[in-house]
Write a protein that binds this ligand. Structure first.
Ligand code: ZN
Length: 202
């Protein structure tokens, strides 16, 4: 499966002039939610991810996603792995388990995101799980923005990666884009367009 093509076909991989949450500019943007619009396509992606996880021999009891971004990917991955699906939600400074979800001591949990950029939310989810006695055995994501090293990937982890080195990250593909400060942005220099915010708020 050509993952980049799947994203392009779903209009989830955008070309243009984008203002990222970090304040940097980029000519490409991953609108991750778009690739999950059609459940049957989403299932193909999580089936591929589940195959990678199963082949590694890692045992998983439960998939936990950081809400909101990871919930759909996490749910579909749980279906592909035939395990339980839960999610954690934002609280001041971290994430927490709500809604009556429980985890058993030593329960083996995989933290699933739709996209791992630096892995900040995934790490907060992992901390919440560990505080409750769960064991985070791996991280998983459909797309990896190239800051963290994924199993089978060529890129090394960059200093921005927040995920622990000794826990594997499974992802379908790396999407490494150039980013520029507004002062150095070649698209701004050309002057034909203004950077637009493509994220969840628009
Ligand atoms: Zn720009």
């Amino acid at each position: 499966m050509n993952i980049e093509q799947v994203y392009k076909d779903a209009n989830a991989l955008l070309d243009g002039h984008f203002l990222l949450a970090s304040g940097n500019h980029s000519s490409r943007y991953l609108q991750s939610a778009k690739v999950l619009e059609y459940p049957k396509k989403a299932a193909l992606l999580t089936d591929a991810l589940a195959t990678m996880i199963k082949e590694s021999g890692i045992k998983v009891d439960t998939v936990c996603a950081p809400a909101l971004g990871g919930v759909l990917a996490g749910y579909e991955l749980a279906r592909s792995l035939d395990v339980r699906s839960i999610f954690v939600e934002k609280k001041e400074g971290g994430m927490e388990l709500r809604r009556g979800f429980e985890i058993a001591k030593g329960e083996k949990i995989i933290i699933c995101e739709d996209i791992i950029t630096t892995g900040g939310s995934a790490l907060k989810a992992a901390r919440a799980i560990e505080e409750l006695g769960g064991e985070v055995v791996a991280f998983a994501s459909l797309a990896n923005r190239g800051f963290c090293k994924r199993v089978g990937g060529n890129d090394m982890a960059k200093k921005e990666c927040a995920l622990p080195e000794n826990t594997p990250l499974f992802a379908l593909d790396d999407f490494t884009f150039e980013m520029y400060t507004p002062e150095d942005c070649p698209l701004c220099k050309v002057g034909k367009s203004k950077a637009v915010k493509p994220g969840s708020k628009s």
